[in-house]
Design a protein around this ligand. Structure first.
Ligand code: PGA
Length: 229
């Protein structure tokens, strides 16, 4: 199966730096796409930059668009919220849900996360559900059975995110097995947490892809990483 690499820009970048990144990255892809099959690549900017990134990507389809979050409510009177239908309209195909930073700083509960997965599935988008191992069972328990098979799951140990210390590959392998038991054998599982060009090769031996934060911000770092896939 084609690997999936998601660039999670978090709350970074301006309109201009986002455009520059896309220009640099699509140039790299244009030069290298014939050398070997590319992975599926998703860029997840902040909501405000979705349109900018989509515009900068133009007609090319080597990069897909993702969102970092979504409202747990449908379109309607929910001031400040961005609903799944709006994300779909903006061109997003993937939506990251339940990232540990959302759970920590915005107090998202397992029930909020489950409601967001429902919204995203109903809008025909692909949920990328972030989970962490100690809480795996309770995080999964909140989800309806029918939603489990719709999720791509990202194993994101909080001890590894943004620390420069990725989880050891043996532990990732064990958690991937646990995720398969709960979600189903065919569920795509990503790893996220200090993934770089130097370590992505090892993680891809035991996963279907990666969620990349820090190493996705500079185009040179991200192209180096994609070159390893
Ligand atoms: P990091 O972030 O690559 O900077 O560790 C990963 C993530 O939060 O998804």
């Amino acid at each position: 199966m084609q690997k999936l690499i998601i660039a999670n820009w978090k709350s970074n970048k301006t309109q201009e730096s986002a455009r520059q990144w896309i220009r640099g990255f699509t140039q790299f892809l244009g030069e290298h796409k014939r050398e070997r099959p590319l992975p599926t690549i998703v860029v997840a900017p902040s909501f405000l930059l979705l349109g900018t990134v989509k515009g900068a990507l133009g007609e090319q389809s080597l990069v897909q668009l993702g969102a970092q979050d979504v409202s747990s409510f449908p379109m309607g009177a929910y001031t400040g919220a961005v609903c799944a239908a709006s994300l779909q309209d903006a061109g997003a195909a993937y939506v990251i849900i339940g990232h540990s930073e959302r759970r920590k700083y915005f107090h998202e509960t397992d029930q909020d996360v489950a409601a967001k997965v429902r919204q995203v599935v109903d809008a025909g988008l692909q949920p990328v559900l972030c989970i962490d191992e100690p809480y795996l069972k309770s995080q999964v328990a909140a989800l309806e059975e029918s939603l489990l098979q719709k999720c791509i799951v990202a194993y994101e140990p909080i001890t590894a995110i943004g620390t420069g210390h990725g989880m050891d590959v043996g532990s990732v392998t064990t958690v991937v097995e646990n995720i398969h038991q709960l979600f189903g054998a065919t569920t795509q599982v990503l790893y996220g947490g200090s993934v770089t060009a130097a370590n992505i090769g090892e993680y891809l031996l035991v996963t279907d892809g990666a969620l990349v934060g820090g190493a996705s911000l500079e185009v040179a770092d991200f192209t180096a990483l994609i070159a390893q896939v």
